[in-house]
Ligand binder design. Structure first.
Ligand code: PEP
Length: 246
């Protein structure tokens, strides 16, 4: 099945009003064909983007709670009000630095989907797990935790395979390595729900840049990318957008 491609920019704790303007101006010059683009800036910049634009907005985190005494948290409804329609959940930086567990991540997916946001669920292994040949086991566990919490959650999500050893390191997975895990993810999902497996978008993330993106996008089970560092450079991100449409 030919999927509409999806490119997601994860600005992490980077960016400014100036970057909002330069990315918006650069992307405004591109007509996206067969491609959806989502920019996930820090929360405070969501409102800086114009209402009229040729890409969607997303957040990088969401609370599992809907409201209340949760200082420093932000709810799915608040994100929607700030024009976000997507949210990254379970990024490895949050799993590691904020001790987010599979159970918490499932609860966040539930809160996001109930409010109408599309979650981008990140999964991936450490270098050590890869060397110990535990990659598939780790990813299956991360997916199964979400499915066990509520089977319909995966149907409403996008999945980003992000090998932790490739994030921010300049060392992307090879197209073959990425394709092999994407195929594994699709097969694993097919065992849970075949309709979901064929429809779901699988993104690759980890040191994607203007040079390596075309070969990654040519893989049959890769439907786009989650881009960190290279999404902060307007010209390079535009080039990645062009490659995703070829
Ligand atoms: C990310 O933050 O999800 C990511 C993939 O970062 P980078 O592209 O910089 O490796």
């Amino acid at each position: 099945m030919k999927h509409q491609q999806l490119l997601v920019a994860n600005w992490k704790m980077n960016g400014s009003a100036e970057l909002v303007d330069s990315i918006s101006a650069t992307l405004a010059g591109i007509t996206f064909t067969g491609l959806d683009v989502v920019i996930c800036p820090p929360f405070t910049l969501l409102h800086r983007f114009a209402e009229q634009r040729n890409f969607a907005l997303g957040a990088q985190n969401v609370s599992q709670h809907s409201a209340g005494a949760y200082t420093g948290e932000i709810s799915a409804a608040q994100l929607l009000e700030a024009n976000a329609t997507y949210v990254i959940i379970g990024h490895s930086e949050r799993r590691t630095l904020n001790a987010e567990t599979d159970e918490l991540i499932a609860a966040k997916l539930k809160a996001a989907t109930e409010a109408g946001l599309t979650p981008i669920l990140c999964v991936g292994e450490t270098l050590e797990q890869r060397q110990q040949e535990k990659t598939e086991q780790v990813i299956a566990r991360q997916l199964d935790a979400v499915y066990a919490s509520q089977p319909e959650l995966l149907a409403k999500s996008v999945i980003a395979y992000e090998p932790i050893w490739a994030i921010g390191t300049g060392e992307s997975a090879s197209p073959e390595q990425a394709q092999a895990i994407h195929a594994f993810i699709r097969d694993h999902l097919a065992q849970l729900d075949s309709a979901v497996a064929s429809k779901i978008k699988l993104l690759y993330g980890g040191s994607v840049n203007g040079e390596n993106c075309s070969a990654l996008f040519a893989q049959p089970d890769i439907n786009g990318a989650l881009v960190g560092g290279a999404s902060l450079k307007a010209a390079e991100f535009a080039q990645i957008c062009s490659s995703a449409q070829e």
